[in-house]
Design a protein around this ligand. Structure first.
Ligand code: NAP
Length: 247
């Protein structure tokens, strides 16, 4: 793969899928910035692991929902990295509930992190990529942004929004040499999904044609593909990595 020496920013790279993406890119020789908001300890552990692959690594604490924090993150990145070739908009949260019980603050939190965060980070990094006339933007959506899910109206709306945003950005940024794609993971075992009950997990398994849960590595492998020139003629697409859940 032609990734050696490139630079990437992974939002929400301290844990789960984002951590695996960061490490997979580092293994290919990519210098990596990870972003996080609360868990500095997890971020530092991830940084140590990234550095073990002899690439530059930086962790930046910034809430992706706050424009001033995103701008500050960009200036810290500018002090340490000459360019950003790959942006993975991965930071995400859930606040599940049935519609009638869902609080306005739970709607807003999920829309803010999962959708506004993608807007703010893309806006900030796209400026750099436009100057470079090169970039790969990969947005992490979800299978439920395609097929919906009871009890997750906020999350489904945010992830469907990410798909629309991805397509608009693909059209807007294509003339500048920037590819924009989305990945729609199915059920992946991380902190986000450990909170689900055994019964819910069993039901989910029944809806997966490949009859197994996904791993963070499955998503990271797709990010590697979309970050590389192997996918240079692909833009505006949503790649489902879900064991067939969305069929
Ligand atoms: P996770 O283990 O809960 O990790 C979430 C990450 O997002 C953490 O690094 C967290 O940072 C960061 N984050 C949360 N709010 C943030 C904010 N306001 N600003 C900056 N960073 C923030 O989640 P995951 O399962 O790896 O999910 C990663 C992405 O995949 C999410 O977009 C999720 O919606 C999507 N996804 C996951 C699944 C799944 O089954 N797991 C399925 C479909 C899609 P801290 O460590 O500082 O808290």
């Amino acid at each position: 793969m032609d990734l050696e020496g490139k630079c990437a920013l992974i939002t929400g790279g301290s844990r789960g899928i984002g951590k695996e993406i960061a490490i997979s890119l580092a293994k290919k020789g990519v210098h990596v910035v990870i972003n996080y908001t609360n868990n500095g300890e997890a971020a530092q552990e991830t940084i140590l692991e990234i550095e073990s692959y002899n690439v530059k690594a930086l962790a930046v604490k910034a809430d992706v929902t706050i424009a001033s924090e995103v701008e500050k993150m960009i200036s810290i990145i500018d002090e340490n990295f000459e360019r950003i070739d790959i942006l993975v908009n991965n930071a995400g949260v859930t606040r599940d509930n049935l519609l009638v019980r869902m609080k306005e603050e739970d709607w807003e939190k999920v829309m803010d992190v999962n959708l506004k965060g993608v807007f703010l980070c893309t806006k900030a990094i796209a400026r750099k990529m436009m100057r470079q006339r090169y970039g790969k933007i990969i947005n992490i959506s979800s299978v439920v942004g395609i097929v919906g899910n009871a009890g997750q109206s906020n999350y489904c709306a945010s992830k469907a929004g990410v798909i629309g945003f991805t397509k608009a950005m693909a059209k807007e940024l294509a003339p500048k040499g920037i590819n924009v794609n989305a990945i729609a993971p199915g059920f992946i075992e991380t902190d986000m999904t450990t909170v689900l009950s055994e019964e819910v997990k069993k039901n989910l398994l029944g809806s997966i044609p490949l009859k197994k849960y996904g791993k963070a590595e499955d998503i990271a492998n797709t990010v590697l593909f979309l970050s590389s020139e192997l996918s240079s003629y692909i833009t505006g697409q949503v790649i489902s990595v879900d064991g067939g859940m969305a069929i």
